[in-house]
Design a protein around this ligand. Structure first.
Ligand code: NDP
Ligand code: X2W
Length: 346
């Protein structure tokens, strides 16, 4: 059995990790980390775990945790993982960080966008960006995985094949994205109150959201040249789900069949990326509670632009599910272990 510890198990991403790992036949959760609920029963924080989890919450003592487990997940605010890891810990355990601390390779860019000092830049180069479909072989060898952000996962997977095949101009990309409120975490914030979110939709972080440099970096690797793009997220009144609608100029005339063949080249063998049938637009409801990303596209012959679409559950493929997919790869398990739950509907 793989012994797992979760720092930040009481947040939304950590809670989803608990739910998924409880159904994973090769994993035993040994450490339910928290800051506010130390010594309180985990099931009193999340009553959906009543009679399923008997453990009490523990602190974020990563050094102690590293002696007791094989893998540590950090589902904590930006900066915490970087402030806790050290050589001794990394010599004993594998670390999967759900925050952004090790996602961006240029530390100055990280500090500029996150407005915090990076406490362990010496591990940034070593950390593998855990977008499994793209970096699978590197993830298998990794000691530390930077689990991708939710918007970057959906955006990158929706656009990636077209940049790899040089069909679009990367510097014309515009990404419009929408997220359910669980993306903002469980912490109390006025912006996330029922009356602020219900019956409402709003853009936020316009021309300045911290996921912009992460998406640009990943898409630049795919294109082979530096990409600058527009990314606008919106908060929508639903619990889970991310919908991406991205636009870019085509570099040449292409048919539906040619573009479909490009998506199939990259995703036909990927269990968790589903390229939908012609004219079917991805919907968040069709992926909810699952590790799937649904993608599709439409060519607009009038504007010579292509519209790329993606939908996924921000807490599963956008966070906890992808973290478990990474763990499976790091420990030589089948990549889909614990992740085969079909989406819930309605
Ligand atoms: N929500 C989402 O859809 C996604 C989230 N992520 C990332 O996952 C991480 C967690 O996000 P999310 O679950 O939404 O956030 P939440 O606010 O819901 O949870 C934060 C968690 O971190 C814990 N925590 C906060 N400060 C400390 C500290 N100083 N020491 C130890 N634990 C601490 C909290 O503990 P307690 O409550 O007990 O105080 C809680 O368990 C973030 O980095 C986020 O960016 C990534 C992708 C998607
Ligand atoms: C709706 C909402 O507020 N979403 C969060 C992003 C989700 C997240 O947790 O960020 P990471 O993926 O970088 O970890 C936000 O926009 O800040």
């Amino acid at each position: 059995m793989i012994r797992a510890g979760i720092i930040g198990s009481t947040g939304y991403a950590g809670g989803e990790l608990v739910r998924i790992l409880l159904g994973h036949k090769d994993v035993e959760i040994k450490w339910y980390g928290s800051r506010s609920y130390i010594d309180k029963k985990y099931a009193s924080v999340y009553q959906n775990m009543f009679q399923l989890v008997d453990d009490v919450c523990k602190d974020d003592n990563m050094e102690q945790l590293a002696k007791e487990v094989d893998v540590i997940f950090t589902a904590t605010p930006q900066g915490l993982c970087a402030s806790l890891v050290n050589d001794e810990i990394l010599s004993k355990v594998k670390v999967i960080d759900l925050s952004a601390d090790f996602r961006i390779k240029d530390v100055k860019t990280y500090e500029e966008w996150y407005k915090i000092e990076h406490k362990s830049p010496q591990y940034i180069d070593e950390a593998v960006y855990g977008l499994c479909e793209i970096n699978r072989e590197k993830v298998k060898q990794a000691r530390i995985v930077a689990n991708p952000g939710c918007y970057p996962t959906c955006s990158t997977l929706s656009i990636y094949p077209l940049l790899k095949e040089d069909l679009i101009d990367g510097n014309t990309i515009i990404i419009d994205a929408k997220s359910g409120t669980s993306g903002a975490g469980r912490g109390a914030k006025v912006d996330n109150l029922y009356c602020e979110v219900n019956e409402n939709i709003k853009a936020y972080g316009v021309a300045g959201h911290r996921h912009t440099p992460e998406i640009e970096e990943q898409l630049s690797y795919a294109a082979g040249y530096p990409i600058t793009l527009n990314f606008t997220p919106h908060l929508v009144p639903m619990n889970r789900g991310i919908l991406v609608t991205a636009y870019a100029s085509l570099k040449k005339d292409v048919t539906y069949e040619e573009v479909k063949a490009v998506y199939d080249k990259y995703y036909a063998n990927e269990q968790f990326v589903r390229v939908l049938d012609k004219d079917v637009c991805p919907q968040t409801k069709w992926v909810e509670g699952s590790n799937y990303v649904d993608v599709n596209f439409k060519i607009d012959p009038r504007t010579k632009r292509i519209i790329m679409m993606g939908a996924m559950d921000n807490l599963v493929k956008g966070a906890a599910g992808q973290a478990v997919q990474n763990m499976n790869l790091m420990f030589g398990l089948p990549e889909n272990e614990g992740l085969c739950m079909p989406p819930m509907f309605p």
